[in-house]
Design a protein around this ligand. Structure first.
Ligand code: ADP
Length: 279
């Protein structure tokens, strides 16, 4: 049976032949339907990983497999059918004069017949709640609407994996939350895997797994709860932790031992109620 995962096997990468290695011996697996958040300092190699996943770059050492197919110059179009990518700045991604043209453009390299394309445009604009904007000019939309169109363009190709490379970073907190909720709905409906490169720690707490990159290496790969329970280690490499994790750390140091690492306000409250009833 075909494997449903993205696998990096001992991948090393550098941009120039004699230049510094940007990724060193990176190995990890992203199983299907998981949401993996990738965090790390600027320059730690996160975007490079994203570009290697859909064949925008190729490693000098090691191998990358998407659902069992090795990423190479020969397989790149098949790979891109499976792995869609949304970047931070949507303006760089628009090519069409209308939203509809733009969504269609992404599909054109994939040899779909006209009727299928028309159906997919409607479905993907509906999924991101942009149906009413089909004939609008992409450049005149708000930042959040532009990102929705960029996501619709990716959905139209019907990928199994979607990479969001700081795709919500330019939006305000409300816009960011709305887009993430939309994406999570689509993820569930279509059983997609999601890879988000982000600095938003609140978002990271909701992922299934976190891949922490440090200086071109996988520093840790674990569930958010386990990661934030080891916040001292994160601080050692200079990464921040969410507010709730900090507060839980302070409570633990003050002698109130919480039974688990809370990931949000609700869980923190539940922990505090438990302590209260024990006392
Ligand atoms: P991150 O996404 O974690 O900020 P990147 O993957 O963008 O990290 O960058 C990793 C390293 O590769 C950095 O040192 C960066 O300067 C370098 N780099 C990124 N893109 C290029 C490029 N096109 N040419 C040369 N070096 C690059």
């Amino acid at each position: 049976m075909e494997k449903s995962e993205i696998e990096f096997r001992n991948v090393s990468f550098r941009y120039q032949e004699e230049g510094p290695w940007v990724l060193r011996n990176v190995s990890f697996t992203i199983p299907s339907s998981e949401w993996v958040a990738v965090i790390g300092h600027n320059g730690s190699g996160k975007s490079t990983i994203a570009k290697l996943m859909n064949g925008l770059l190729f490693p000098q050492e090691g191998e990358i497999f998407v659902n069992g197919t090795k990423v190479s110059r020969e397989t790149v179009w098949d790979i891109r059918k499976n792995v869609g990518m949304v970047f931070q700045n949507p303006d760089n991604q628009f090519v069409g004069t209308t939203v509809r043209d733009d969504v269609a453009f992404g599909m054109e390299n994939h040899g779909l017949v006209r009727e299928v394309m028309a159906k997919r445009i409607k479905e993907s604009l509906s999924a991101v709640k942009m149906t009413d904007y089909e004939l609008h000019e992409p450049h005149r939309l708000s930042g959040g609407q532009k990102q929705r169109v960029a996501i619709a363009s990716v959905l139209a190709v019907s990928p199994k994996y979607i990479i969001l490379d700081e795709a919500t970073a330019m939006l305000d907190p409300k816009g960011r939350k709305e887009i993430m909720n939309t994406i999570l709905d689509v993820k569930e409906q279509r059983e997609l895997s999601l890879i988000t490169i982000t600095h938003d720690l609140q978002e990271v707490t909701k992922a299934d797994r976190v891949l922490v990159m440090n200086k071109g290496e996988v520093w840790m790969s674990t569930a958010p709860r386990e990661l934030f329970a080891e916040k001292e280690k994160l601080v050692e490499i200079g990464l921040d932790t969410p507010f709730v994790a900090k507060l839980a750390g302070e409570l633990n140091s003050a002698g109130l031992s919480l039974s688990r690492e809370p990931l949000n306000h609700q869980e923190l409250l539940e922990e505090l109620w438990t302590l209260r009833s024990i006392r």
